[in-house]
Design a protein around this ligand. Structure first.
Ligand SMILES: *[C@@H]1O[C@H](CO)[C@@H](O)[C@H](O)[C@H]1NC(C)=O
Ligand SMILES: *[C@@H]1O[C@H](CO)[C@@H](O)[C@H](O)[C@H]1NC(C)=O
Ligand SMILES: *[C@@H]1O[C@H](CO)[C@@H](O)[C@H](O)[C@H]1NC(C)=O
Ligand SMILES: *[C@@H]1O[C@H](CO)[C@@H](O)[C@H](O)[C@H]1NC(C)=O
Ligand SMILES: *[C@@H]1O[C@H](CO)[C@@H](O)[C@H](O)[C@H]1NC(C)=O
Ligand SMILES: *[C@@H]1O[C@H](CO)[C@@H](O)[C@H](O)[C@H]1NC(C)=O
Ligand SMILES: *[C@@H]1O[C@H](CO)[C@@H](O)[C@H](O)[C@H]1NC(C)=O
Length: 376
């Protein structure tokens, strides 16, 4: 969307650009810069991008001001009121308006420095954050400086915390103040995933989300055990349809001690309809089982819960990990959520048969989350 607006504006821009141009030498800087400006058009203005405004005595005067200000890429004149702008063709629809009496000019920096070094004053305001180092650039007026970020940051201004860790536990260790939210995790050299880190719902624990889907998407996940590589929106986080790749699962599993499954987590954690188990008991990447009883640290379905006891757990080549309420008791497992169950009722996944009394399957927008985590 943004890029199509951009290219549309660029076309308009290109056709309206007139041939008149002026050149000026900016001798204020240690480096010689040659700028020119092109008349864009009369009766047009850009809103919301004014860095500074002043009264001037001529167009050239306004141009000279722009050439001296870091990040000024265009200017507009209304009478002798000069406005310096930090955007030209990158503006979005709505910011470029018809305004009788205003003329808009775009800056073009034509040639670069005379000496090897470039000085434009852009680093004086210390634009690079979190210990990044700033370097002034004279080759493109739109990019008057670049930041080289310190180890755990990235972004144009090093504004983004980028710990380069494999799981949420790492995020919390590198920056203890981190809040729950979506983080980028590094899976291998050039591969990252965006997942949700939960540091708050259970005190002292860091949970990394490995899968989340809404009931309306149940069939996408139905036949996908965790040992199948099945990434979904791995770099575009959504609660409705998300799973990390197998490689990410392996990396996160290797530094976790537990898994858990929650229902409709975005509206808050509840221990009604929830399960948690140690990876020592059940490693969800290797576990293949149809009807054995597995140990849970805690499990609850429709209010029937059990702590440190065995209940049914299923994962097969054609079946997502889940439990089946009506079978757990019949198989002689300690935890028996049979009372109130629908025959064949699936909980926490697979969902061939669903019960609206189970919080993961109330309606089509109910979601199921699977997590890997450990103690901080
Ligand atoms: C270019 O570099 C030389 C030597 O470093 C210096 O004397 C001169 O002033 C510089 N010129 C400009 C325009 O910065
Ligand atoms: C520019 O001139 C106008 C009137 O000529 C005046 O009202 C305004 O304060 C001036 N602005 C500046 C920044 O000097
Ligand atoms: C990672 O990307 C860089 C450049 O983008 C490339 O040179 C390098 O070979 C890549 N590494 C792997 C493991 O793909
Ligand atoms: C990201 O997900 C949203 C819906 O959640 C979708 O509309 C969008 O196209 C996705 N973007 C990419 C790059 O996959
Ligand atoms: C898992 O097993 C390892 C090694 O046997 C042990 O050190 C660890 O305490 C166990 N963790 C849990 C949560 O049971
Ligand atoms: C667990 O079950 C007991 C009764 O067996 C009940 O009192 C308690 O509220 C249940 N806890 C949750 C979180 O459902
Ligand atoms: C699904 O249920 C939740 C609460 O249980 C409700 O807020 C939501 O509006 C329901 N959505 C639909 C599509 O019925």
């Amino acid at each position: 969307m943004a890029s199509s607006i951009g290219s549309l504006l660029f076309v308009i821009w290109g056709t309206l650009l007139l041939s008149r141009s002026m050149r000026a030498k900016d001798n204020q800087h240690a480096t010689q810069l040659l700028y020119m400006y092109n008349i864009f058009t009369d009766n047009v203005a850009i809103l919301g991008h004014t860095i500074r405004s002043m009264n001037v005595s001529s167009q050239v005067d306004c141009f000279r001001h722009c050439a001296k200000v870091c990040g000024c890429v265009a200017f507009q004149l209304t009478g002798w009121k000069c406005e310096l702008l930090d955007a030209d063709k990158d503006v979005v629809i709505g910011e470029l308006v018809t305004r009788p009496g205003t003329a808009l000019y775009t800056m073009n920096q034509e040639s670069t420095q005379v000496n090897q070094s470039c000085v434009n004053g852009c680093c004086r305001s210390k634009p690079c954050l979190n210990g990044g180092t700033c370097e002034e650039k004279c080759s493109d007026v739109r990019e008057p400086y670049t930041c080289t970020c310190s180890k755990y940051y990235k972004g144009k201004r090093c504004e983004q915390f980028y710990p380069q860790v494999k799981s949420c536990l790492g995020v919390k260790i590198f920056r203890p103040g981190s809040r729950s939210g979506v983080y980028e995790l590094v899976i291998s050299d050039n591969k990252t995933v965006q997942s949700y880190c939960d540091f708050t719902s259970e005190a002292g624990k860091a949970w990394t989300l490995i899968e989340s889907f809404s009931l309306s998407n149940k069939d996408i996940y139905k036949n996908k055990p965790f040992y199948h590589d099945f990434p979904r929106n791995e770099n575009n986080f959504t609660w409705d349809d998300f799973r990390v790749s197998y490689q990410a699962l392996v990396n996160i599993r290797d530094i976790s001690t537990h898994w858990r499954v929650t229902c409709t987590f975005p509206s808050g954690l509840s221990y009604a309809d929830y399960a948690r188990s140690s990876l020592n008991e059940t490693d969800l990447l290797t576990f293949v089982n149809q009807d054995k009883c597995q140990r849970y640290e805690y499990v609850s379905v429709r209010g029937i819960n059990c702590t440190d006891c065995k209940g049914m757990l299923v994962q097969r080549d054609s079946q997502h990990m889940h439990t089946d309420s009506s079978w757990s008791g019949r198989n002689g497992c300690q935890w028996n959520p049979g009372a109130g169950a629908i025959s064949g009722e699936d909980n926490f996944g697979f969902y061939a048969v669903t019960n609206p009394k189970h919080r993961c399957t109330v309606n089509s927008s109910s979601t199921t989350q699977w997590w890997l985590g450990s103690q901080l």
